[in-house]
Design a protein around this ligand. Sequence first.
Ligand SMILES: C[S@@+](CC[C@H](N)C(=O)[O-])C[C@H]1O[C@@H](n2cnc3c(N)ncnc32)[C@H](O)[C@@H]1O
Length: 304
Amino acid sequence: MAKHDVKDFENRFITGDCGEVLKDIPAQSVDLILTSPPYADRRDYGSKGAALIAPDEYIEWFAPKAKEFYRVLKDDGSFVLNISDKVVENFQHLYVFKLVIYLCEEVGFHYVRDYIWHNTATPPNVFSRGGLGRTKKSHEYCFWFAKGETWTFNMDAIRRPYSKDMKKFLDGKGKGDRAQNQRPSTHNFNCEKVWADNGGADPGTVIEVGNTNSNDAFAKLCRERGIGHPARFPEKLAEFFILSGTNEGALVIDPFSGSGTTAVVAAKTGRRFIGIDSNADYNELASERIAMETEGGDGYAGQA
Ligand SMILES: C[S@@+](CC[C@H](N)C(=O)[O-])C[C@H]1O[C@@H](n2cnc3c(N)ncnc32)[C@H](O)[C@@H]1O
């Protein structure tokens, strides 16, 4: 049983295996877990205990950690998992989808929505020559799970500005015959609620963000210190889930924190954070990053 107060861990980066570190965090204390674990067969990030994980062994590796994720989340908390698959013996391996099923059927999560992160800056790779029967993969998955029957969701925080045409409709101009608005997909737009002004558009499930920050202050720090940096996700991606999935003051954990992107966005948006990573170098750099990038960030304690 956890013997600590969650406040002992807040706004810090902690070094260790996340499954073990989380055991010290009280049950039902976390609002959002947003994370991107090492993908199967990807590099080990220089961490002890974080060797390459074979796709066939991925669930076994992830399972004890997922059970801790579930335990520390509040009943209305969410878990967002950013992950991607890989081609094994000429076909995409199914470990990602098997993991989703495991998380729901064995751990107890509810499957809320599958989001697609479209990385508009995916560079050409071995598939781009066309000879391997497919394109490069330019998206990753972000699976949103809830622990309980209800969860925090703030649509207004992620709405997009309406398009010109939509604004026209909302102003009562250009609506035409709404019965004509049935799309080929059979979706019918002939409904007052759909045409109501909600203050901005529903952003939908595809999040377009180019992962281009290869020369930012964090990357420079890594180069200066000779540390190979972790594969990072962009702040805009983290922002989407933190703003929609939590309220100000909430506690957000990234158990595979890497460069601390989740923590930085949590701090910038008035949330509390805990970053856990098995690589002490990354935690040290993440502490420096948050001090540089957030107002008053130098007040955050360093790693444990
Ligand atoms: C894909 S990176 C996360 C990057 C992060 N989203 C960012 O934007 O910087 C995965 C991280 O998981 C860490 N890691 C691997 N195994 C771990 C474990 N068992 N417990 C905690 N962290 C682990 C690696 O050191 C690496 O930094």
